[in-house]
Design a protein around this ligand. Structure first.
Ligand SMILES: Nc1ncnc2c1ncn2[C@@H]1O[C@H](COP(=O)(O)OP(=O)(O)O)[C@@H](O)[C@H]1O
Ligand SMILES: [Mg+2]
Length: 238
């Protein structure tokens, strides 16, 4: 579905990503984990075509992705960030927007918006303004908006990290259910191993812009790695 070969990203003479190879198969949820500043968001931005890499090549659905990424490809992906970027309008409109842009008929839009608001447990907020939502509700609406366009690849950059612990736990459980039923092809970024363990089949550990280990989350915790990787993982083994 998505592949990256030898990605290097340099900004202001600083090498932020070093020689990263990545692939994502249809139906897979792959995690990117690492401490703050390790390059997770940078890699996600490159994989989601928000930033061009300094060197290296991206492939999307088997085709090399050109430097200037066409709208036809951009429209096949959806991104959810840590802070929900909802528009200052109603909840319904926020979820409907992407479907309107894609030219869906009004009836289909209503069905889909209602369906996804329901899946994320926020259908009762449909008529409310996005401004009036709590952090957890806003993130649920953001996820509904992303799933509604049925993207070929979904990117989630720390979607729970601005939430308090119980809110986060609830959303993680609901998201896991949605993953199970949709098999959405997803890249999930988190600095919390618990998110990765619950939601992904495979994860890459980033440290200082490099992939230092990868595998199924349970294996990552079991295996021993370079000292600095083990030091990072030690926070999560109990
Ligand atoms: N546009 C940019 N210009 C310069 N430095 C950047 C830019 N984006 C990220 N960085 C730097 O790259 C490093 C990795 O950042 P980031 O990808 O946001 O890490 P993470 O998401 O893992 O916390 C940090 O040192 C950050 O300051
Ligand atoms: Mg980040």
């Amino acid at each position: 579905m998505l592949e990256a070969q030898e990605i290097i990203w340099i900004q202001n003479h600083k090498t932020i990503l070093k020689n990263i190879d990545f692939h994502l198969l249809p139906g897979e949820c792959v995690g990117l984990i690492g401490p703050n500043g390790s390059g997770k968001s940078s890699l996600l931005k490159i994989l989601a075509f928000l930033e061009p890499p300094t060197s290296g090549q991206l492939y999307f659905q088997g085709q090399a992705v050109p430097k200037s990424v066409p709208l036809t490809i951009r429209r096949k992906i959806a991104i959810v960030f840590q802070e929900s970027l909802l528009l200052n309008t109603g909840v319904f409109n926020n979820v409907a927007m992407g479907l309107k842009i894609r030219g869906l008929p009004k009836e289909r839009i209503r069905e889909k918006v209602d369906y996804w608001l329901e899946q994320f447990g926020v259908i009762h907020l449909s008529k409310q303004s996005a401004r009036s939502l709590s952090g957890g509700e806003a993130q649920r609406v953001s996820l509904a908006r992303a799933f509604a366009i049925e993207p070929d690849v979904l990117f989630l950059d720390e979607p729970f990290s601005a939430l308090d612990a119980p809110t986060k736990e609830g959303l993680r459980i609901d998201l896991a259910k949605v993953f199970k039923s949709t098999q959405a092809t997803t890249v999930l970024v988190s600095h919390d191993f618990k998110d990765i363990a619950h939601l992904t089949n495979r994860a890459l550990i980033l440290l200082n812009g490099e992939v230092v280990a990868q595998g199924p989350p349970s294996e990552l915790l079991k295996n021993s790695h370079k000292e600095e990787v083990d030091r990072f993982l030690a926070h999560f083994s109990s």
